[in-house]
Design a protein around this ligand. Structure first.
Ligand SMILES: *Cc1c(COP(=O)(O)O)cnc(C)c1O
Length: 433
């Protein structure tokens, strides 16, 4: 391992104990494959803003409505982030304060629901997120979640079951319908959902945590609605994370119609959070600027092209792909055809030993538990940022097949690990460049 103290010279000297751990993480991120669909490599400019002096400032409230003095420059930072975000998505209103995607969702629920209200959202074992009503999450404990799923496997199968969603909406009359997922590889069209929400008198929230970067680049249809000019044909609220395909700092954001702007802002602060993380908001502003460039569009096109290459190469290795493939940055692979003994849990562990980082995931109607699973989820945002292309994706699928087929043979696993190190050395992440 090399000496990475140049990335944090003061920490290395003043706190060598922590410095040594940071060294290890720099080494891990730059010498193993990052295929977790929810991860990315933020730019050096994003890292710089996130590490700035803005962390020193208390700024409870909103620009020009703060509870502390000295916010004249902080106001400009947050205003810049809000304006850039609104322009990027053509939204009526933006809130850039949520500390994370989960907080953004919590704020929406706080704004639109009362405890006990009914919400319709996607089943967690078919791609929904914890904040979409899991019994171990506040959402499932405070609200009455009813869930829809995907159609059975088959040609054009494993897509959101709109017929089922419509029946459930008519039967349960939810106050809110939540769409968007954490493990769903197909485009979600907002139009039929808007019609269903209108028919049953529900609000529509689109959780774009994963796909926000794709939407910003125009390579995924925008679900962002507006109440400014007549009838709203999109979602009332769109939440997202800024660190997944959006490639910014770890955080969340909310877009909403003019009509809901005051209640959403009130829910974020003082409803849910205290002082905003203005250093992170500054880093969000940097990321939103980056996301408005032609380079970002090119990047997101490459993310999808790479995901499709990786998908077809994984299919060649004998994996069944959930929904047959992908329209996005993400792939969910069913292990059972490849090897019916192999679980997602074991596959994730073997791949980790070979330096291929991904996560186990349930597949729709999975016979195995969420802890064991029959699937693996892969994503291309991070390695596409590092510069990998379709040829590398095909090679990675081969390495995945090779290591999983020979998982009992330690020498074979080490052989793949060496090939992974060599590959990664040719595609350093931006912080190394
Ligand atoms: C990642 C994700 C979230 C939560 O984001 P955090 O920043 O981890 O809180 C919410 N919803 C969906 C669909 C996600 O994929």
């Amino acid at each position: 391992m090399s000496d990475y103290s140049r990335f944090y010279p003061l920490v290395s000297v003043q706190d060598p104990e922590l410095g040594a751990i940071l060294d290890l993480e720099v080494w891990r991120q730059s010498s193993t494959l990052q295929l977790i669909a929810s991860e990315n490599f933020a730019s050096k400019a994003v890292l710089e803003a996130a590490g700035s002096v803005l962390t020193n400032k208390y700024a409870e409230g909103y620009p020009r409505k703060r509870y502390y003095g000295g916010n004249q420059f902080i106001d400009r930072v947050e205003e810049l982030a809000r304006t850039r975000l609104k322009e990027l998505f053509g939204a009526d209103h933006a809130n850039v304060q949520p500390h994370a995607g989960a907080n953004a969702n919590a704020a929406v629920y706080l704004a639109l629901l009362k405890p006990g209200d009914t919400v319709l959202a996607m089943r967690l074992d078919q791609g929904g997120h914890l904040t979409h009503g899991s019994p171990v999450n506040f959402s499932g404990q405070l609200y009455n979640f009813v869930s829809y799923g995907v159609t059975p496997a088959g040609p054009e199968g494993e897509r959101i079951d709109l017929e089922n969603l419509y029946q459930l909406a008519r039967e349960h009359r939810p106050r809110l319908i939540v769409v968007g997922a954490t493990a769903y590889t197909r485009v979600i069209d907002v139009e039929p959902l808007r019609r269903i929400a209108d028919e049953v008198g529900a609000y529509l929230m689109f959780d774009a945590a994963h796909v926000a970067g794709l939407i910003a680049a125009g390579v995924y249809p925008s679900p962002v609605g507006s109440s400014k000019s007549g009838k709203n044909i999109g979602a009332d609220v769109v939440t997202f994370t800024t660190h997944k395909t959006m490639r910014g700092p770890r955080g969340g954001a909310i877009l909403c119609t003019e009509e809901l702007s005051a209640s959403i802002d009130k829910a974020v602060f003082p409803g849910l959070q205290g002082g905003p993380l203005e250093h992170i908001i500054a880093a969000k502003a940097v990321a939103f600027k980056e996301a408005s460039t032609p380079e970002f569009v090119k990047y997101q096109k490459a993310v999808i092209a790479n995901a499709q290459s990786l998908a077809s190469a994984l299919a060649d290795q004998g994996f069944r792909l959930v929904s047959g493939g992908t329209d996005t940055h993400m792939i969910v692979a069913d292990m059972r055809n490849f090897d019916k003994e192999l679980t997602g849990k074991e596959a994730q562990e073997v791949l980790d030993r070979a330096g291929i980082t991904c996560n186990r995931n349930q597949i729709p109607y999975d016979p195995r538990s969420p802890f064991v699973t029959s699937g693996l989820r892969f994503g291309t945002p991070a390695e596409t940022t590092a510069g990998m292309g379709r040829a590398e994706m095909a090679y990675i699928a081969e390495l995945i097949g090779q290591v999983l087929r020979n998982r009992a043979d330690e020498a074979a696993v080490s052989q793949v690990a060496e090939e992974v190190t060599l590959l990664c050395s040719k595609f350093p992440p931006p912080f190394m460049q």
